[in-house]
Design a protein around this ligand. Structure first.
Ligand code: ATP
Length: 244
């Protein structure tokens, strides 16, 4: 895997809020098809880091390259068009719209490839099917269970046909059974996309990720396979404690 050309790289990426260095010089690379987990204690800079990749916040300095192109200064919707989709911690579904419309909306809003109604419909249904929500297409999102609402967020990202899907704490609040299903879903998604997820559940991290990036105080503390991270004494001290 290491020899493959990365899909995404960041070089010396930084984001400061006043005197606080939320992201402090991150050099990062992810290769196509990889499942990468970003872990680290609260406030480590994980959400800020992925927000920089998505274009939700502008960096203070540094560079972001996606598929060989410098996207550092591109607005978020242009990044979506290039294949970067994300779902965030804060539930982003519209509770008064149906599951179907929630999935269709971001596609209509961001993709300007003149997609026909038929193709839009097929794409929305495919995303709902992949997430197991096809039979809930006409259900108002607010009436879905919490777990289904989280899956709906993933479907919203999937319908954009991303090359890189970014998930911020996707299993938060899910039951054990739902987490198992979610892990299977991510493995399926990774057959034709790259997945970058921020995750606190170490079982998910260790069971799902090809590689793990550990952040602490805005910097990358360690990077490696689940086995390497589990065995890393510095990571143990800073973060894992007895969890692993
Ligand atoms: P968590 O696991 O709790 O979500 P995190 O690793 O995702 O944490 P971030 O949310 O990226 O961490 O926050 C990194 C630091 O930047 C924190 O100290 C946070 O308070 C600060 N921060 C994040 N966004 C802003 C903002 N918009 N304005 C000011 N400070 C911010």
């Amino acid at each position: 895997m290491a020899a493959m050309t990365p899909l995404l790289t960041t070089r010396d990426l930084r984001k400061s809020y006043g005197g606080l260095r939320a992201v402090d010089g991150v050099d990062f690379a992810i290769v196509p098809g990889e499942i990468r987990a970003v872990i680290g204690p609260n406030g480590a800079g994980k959400t800020t880091f992925v927000s920089l990749i998505c274009g939700r916040v502008p960096p203070t300095s540094g560079q972001i390259v996606f598929d060989g192109n410098d996207i550092t200064d591109l607005p978020a919707h242009d990044r979506v068009r290039r294949g970067i989709a994300y779902t965030f911690q804060i539930t982003s579904v519209f509770s008064n719209l149906t599951a179907y419309d929630n999935v269709a909306l971001p596609v209509q809003r961001t993709l300007t490839d003149g997609r026909s109604k038929g193709r839009l419909h097929a794409g929305v249904m495919s995303a709902l099917e992949r997430t197991g929500l096809a039979d809930r297409a006409d259900t108002v999102a607010g009436a879905l269970s919490y777990g289904h609402q989280r899956l709906l967020e993933v479907a919203m990202g999937l319908a954009l046909r991303p090359r890189l899907l970014i998930l911020d704490e996707p299993t938060q609040g899910l039951s054990d059974g739902e987490i198992e299903g979610f892990m299977q879903l991510v493995r399926e998604i990774a057959r034709d996309a790259t997945v970058l997820l921020i995750e606190h559940n170490m079982q998910v991290v260790m069971g799902l990720a090809d590689r793990i990036t550990v952040m602490n105080t805005g910097k990358i503390l360690a990077e490696g396979t689940p086995e390497q991270i589990r065995a890393n004494a510095e990571v143990q001290r800073a973060y894992l404690g007895t969890e692993a």
